[in-house]
Design a protein around this ligand. Structure first.
Ligand code: BGC
Length: 921
């Protein structure tokens, strides 16, 4: 179902229910220019930073392609003597591949013994001469895939017998309704089968070179988009474009709220609509593959790209990814689940090994990718890092065994930009290389001519190349992109080129969801004496640079690599151009005009005496502060992507304390990429309220204003834990490492990330995951639990095995099997609005396993959003599947029911439980 039409209904309901006359910012309002404090900026432009070639390394000889290129990266390099690609000994074959990016690599011998990360050995070239620094915290070697000539059998479309009520045959253009979440699992099997048939027929007349070209990008900046597959015969090729929050490097597009704000809404409808609108904008610009959503986990609070993702919990991230993908693909664009997998920090992202055990991988990091597959995602992107010593894009275990076999992923896997390291990766599951060249503009490729050569000399079977090209074409057919798809009408790298940029306006009224997610993601963390909502204050003073506009405009920093004015997205490739950016200063003045309030402001964060005198005698002082982060190829104020600390930026703590010392009604609004340490001032008696507003896109000022003034009753919930001390988090950023080191990142905390760690270690956080206040109050009652029985008995045998603690045998698509995911338990309860204002509540369900299961004390497995008028009661139903109740058994290699009673709690956060029960299965 298309949700855009229901959007305005939903949003007007939300707003009308809680407000009379939400203020609208006047875009013509003239805002005085300010002298902003730009803390620091790097003006490195996208892709311009140089790749550190292995030849600059002090030791060792080089093969011609040992440098790891920088994709948006400034510091990538491999240990100098490791050859990352070898042509099998049967020798070089002249390339006739017409790709623009093909070139043969030099021949060298390789000892090929096995395939796949589980049993792979280091290729002889690496084994004999690797000179890794093997000190503490670094790895002693990289495991590259090596292959012998072998046959290839494609993975099948997992057996799918649709069950109309719970597993209906579904086309991506009309996904199930949002209200069916948990009750209905879409079966995209038939749609994939039809698409595969068309794709196979399409490529049946292609030459080997043409099929290879469908897997090989044209090279960096070789086309209109950040990634481009060339046209082949009568097929037009593909435009691949960032980002997870809009169409990057294009004008007349919407700058949507970030992923982390979308997560903070805990609102599936909004997640779906945002996806639908983003998909429509990508399609309108002629983008075939939109490079999002991003679903890394926020394992460490300092992670530079956490704001691109949905928060620090796999279930929340998985649901947000699922809804986003269903929405995006319903609009006709291919979504891309990224970054697969364990790219949890930016520091040395191309030279670090995330060392993760099988259970943690399944339960935490792979889960959102499983949900993506269940949403029928068309593509996935393997990440820069290594996993257990094998690069993600070489990783047979992750790509073939988990994503394609166990999850039954039918689409194709592309590399992150220059994250490919070998041609052999074709056999370990990689289907497409992006942007195509080994390093930007190197003129050669691991696929292209090299892949052709591997096939010609019999090392890689042509059937595998058929499979790769089939997957790429199938995804295109699957989304109906063969029917009236718009031509690409923008130029990512020459945004003003009149010949290629048609400036097509794709915005429609998508600002509405930006505004609505902005209000619904603002988390009210403190509100003493009902300081909020504001009630026609006589005078308001706004303090802090974050309240106003940036001196150089909303797009003044390349890829947003600077912090000036209201912060509404982080920096890096996960960005889009702002069409405009409403700041709080502008929006609040419009409201003040209505209330006849006096408004003043003081935007200099560093003149504390000035701030102190500006706030004296004012009814209310609102201090706007922020914290920024982004992608590794850009450094801002010493933050190399990741955050160098968890403090707020630009003298914020001192500014807040100064204001609070001088004004008894100090309200803090924080626009932060993630958690921050707020201990210096949170208990200050004059800090009466704290609104954690995140990064909410182009309508930021309007959204914040609506929450401050009560036009919207806050319902946002923290998608991560705010600690009292950085050391309280269970995992930390790993720094250091020399130029040749492969940094070890041991995931020793296992399942205990974020709130799970605080619970397990009994550490009191400042504000826990899932927490957020409202201007009203809610009462929970009437818990009822029942097992769900199905009239069909298709999975009765597997279900009783599960009840006995036995895992179902691993097979194609076994982790996505319908028996595991269909509703098994229904949890019902009542929520009543016991306050005086209408408002939304976010009930959350946490599973509490028996201690023998080795699980964290509480794990989120259900949530929804309920809108209630004062006095109104509604019954809420949440469903749990057997998968939701299972743990991954590393010995049996399957999902099992732990022994003993499985309990659960329903409540308002990961700690504020209101109802308790036990699972009747
Ligand atoms: C990022 C990806 C992005 C790609 C293309 C890479 O550096 O990690 O998320 O999609 O660049 O811009």
């Amino acid at each position: 179902m298309k949700l855009s039409s229901s959007l305005s209904a939903l949003c007007s309901l939300l707003l009308a229910a809680v407000a009379s006359g939400a203020p609208q910012a006047d875009p013509d309002l003239s805002i005085p220019s300010i002298t902003a404090t730009v803390t620091a900026t790097s003006f490195t432009t996208f892709g311009s930073s140089s790749s550190v070639s292995a030849s600059s390394s002090p030791s060792g000889t080089l093969s011609s392609h040992t440098s790891i290129p920088s994709s948006n990266s400034s510091s990538a390099s491999l240990p100098s003597s490791v050859s990352t690609s070898t042509i099998p000994s049967s020798g070089p074959v002249a390339s006739s591949t017409p790709s623009t990016s093909t070139q043969l690599s030099s021949a060298s011998s390789s000892v090929s013994v096995s395939s796949g990360s589980a049993s792979a050995t280091v290729p002889s070239s690496a084994a004999s001469s690797a000179t890794f620094n093997s000190g503490a915290g670094t790895e002693t070697g990289i495991i590259f895939p090596t292959i012998t000539p072998e046959s290839f059998t494609p993975f099948p479309v997992p057996s799918d017998t649709p069950i109309p009520s719970t597993f209906p045959e579904t086309d991506p253009s009309s996904p199930p309704d949002v209200s069916d979440a948990g009750k209905v699992v879409p079966d995209f099997g038939q749609a994939w089968k039809t698409a595969y048939k068309k794709a196979k027929l399409h490529i049946s007349g292609w030459t080997l070179e043409q099929k290879v070209n469908a897997t090989t990008g044209v090279g960096w900046q070789g086309g209109l988009c950040v990634g481009n597959i060339p046209s082949i015969a009568d097929w037009q090729g593909l435009c691949l474009e960032d980002s997870p929050l809009g169409v990057r490097y294009a004008d007349f597009v919407t700058a949507f709220p970030t992923g982390v704000n979308t997560g903070a809404t805990f609102n599936r409808t909004m997640m779906r609509i945002r996806g639908e609108f983003m998909g429509a904008e990508h399609k309108g610009k002629g983008v075939h593959v939109a490079l999002g959503p991003m679903m890394n986990m926020g394992r460490i609070a300092q992670g530079g790209r956490n704001w691109e993702g949905f928060g620090a919990d796999p279930f929340l991230t998985g649901e947000a990814a699922y809804e986003t993908i269903l929405g995006m693909q319903s609009s006709g664009v291919q979504a891309c689940a990224k970054h697969f997998i364990n790219n949890e920090q930016e520091h040395k992202r191309t030279q670090s090994s995330s060392n993760v055990d099988d259970r943690t991988q399944h339960e935490i990091y792979a889960h959102p990718f499983l949900r993506s597959v269940q949403a029928g995602v068309a593509s996935a992107m393997c990440s820069y890092n290594l996993i257990n010593d094998t690069f993600a894009c070489d990783n047979d275990k992750m790509m073939n065994d988990i994503l394609k076999r166990e999850f039954g992923f039918q689409g194709y896997i592309m590399s992150d930009w220059s994250a490919q390291h070998t041609t052999e990766s074709a056999m370990t599951g990689l289907d497409m290389t992006m942007p195509g060249d080994i390093s930007f503009n190197s003129g050669n490729s691991y696929f292209g001519g090299n892949l052709t050569a591997y096939v010609r000399n019999g090392t890689i079977p042509e059937s595998r190349v058929d499979d790769m090209a089939t997957r790429v074409l199938a995804a295109w057919y699957y989304l109906g992109q063969d029917r009236n798809y718009p031509d690409t009408n923008f130029n990512a790298f020459k945004m003003l080129d009149p010949a290629t940029n048609k400036h097509v306006d794709v915005q429609e009224d998508h600002f509405t969801i930006v505004h609505d997610i902005g209000v619904a993601s603002a988390v009210l963390l403190k509100n003493t004496n009902n300081a909020l909502p504001l009630k026609k204050p006589r005078s308001v003073v706004l303090v802090g640079n974050d309240a106003g506009p940036a001196l150089h405009g909303p797009n003044g920093f390349t890829d947003r690599d600077g912090d000036d004015g209201i912060l509404a997205m982080g920096w890096g490739s996960g960005t889009a151009q702002f069409p405009y950016l409403i700041d709080p200063l502008g929006a609040i003045q419009v409201r003040a005009r209505q209330d006849r309030s006096l408004v003043s402001w003081y935007l200099d964060n560093f003149n504390l005496p000035g701030a102190a005198s500006a706030v004296q005698g004012q009814d209310v002082a609102i201090v706007f502060v922020n914290a920024d982060s982004g992608e590794q190829y850009l450094t801002v104020d010493g933050n190399e992507g990741d955050r160098k600390n968890l403090t707020l930026w630009q003298n914020a703590d001192a500014l807040i304390k100064t204001v609070a010392d001088n004004n008894a009604n100090t309200i803090v609004v924080a626009n932060s990429v993630g958690p921050a340490i707020i201990e210096p001032w949170i208990d200050h008696p004059n800090v009466t309220a704290l609104l954690w507003a995140g990064l909410s896109g182009q309508e930021a000022g309007n959204s914040i204003t609506d929450v401050l003034y009560g036009a919207f009753n806050p319902s946002g919930r923290l998608p991560y834990t705010v600690a009292k001390n950085p050391a309280d988090y269970g995992a930390q950023l790993i720094t250091g490492g020399g130029p040749n080191d492969i940094l070890s990142i041991p995931y020793t905390e296992g399942l205990n990330i974020d709130y799970r760690h605080f619970d397990a270690a009994n550490i009191e956080p400042r504000f826990e995951f899932g927490f957020g206040l409202s201007y009203t109050t809610f009462k929970y009652s009437g818990l009822q639990i029942s097992a769900v029985h199905h009239s069909d008995k298709t999975s009765a045998d597997l279900e009783s095995k599960w009840s006995a603690g036995k895992a179902a045998p691993i097979s194609d698509g076994s982790s996505a099997a319908i028996w595991l995911h269909r509703p098994a338990v229904q949890v019902k309860f009542n929520i009543q609005n016991t306050g005086k204002l209408a408002g939304g509540e976010i009930p959350q369900l946490y599973i509490q396993h028996p201690s023998s299961a080795g699980e964290p004390p509480s794990v989120l497995k259900g949530f929804t959003d309920v809108l209630l008028k004062p006095g109104q009661t509604k019954t809420v139903t949440l469903t749990l599947s057997r998968y939701d109740l299972s743990i991954w058994d590393t010995v049996q290699q399957g999902w099992v029911r732990p022994k003993g009673t499985i309990k659960f709690a329903v409540g308002q956060s990961s700690r504020l439980f209101k109802l308790h029960g036990a699972v009747p299965l």
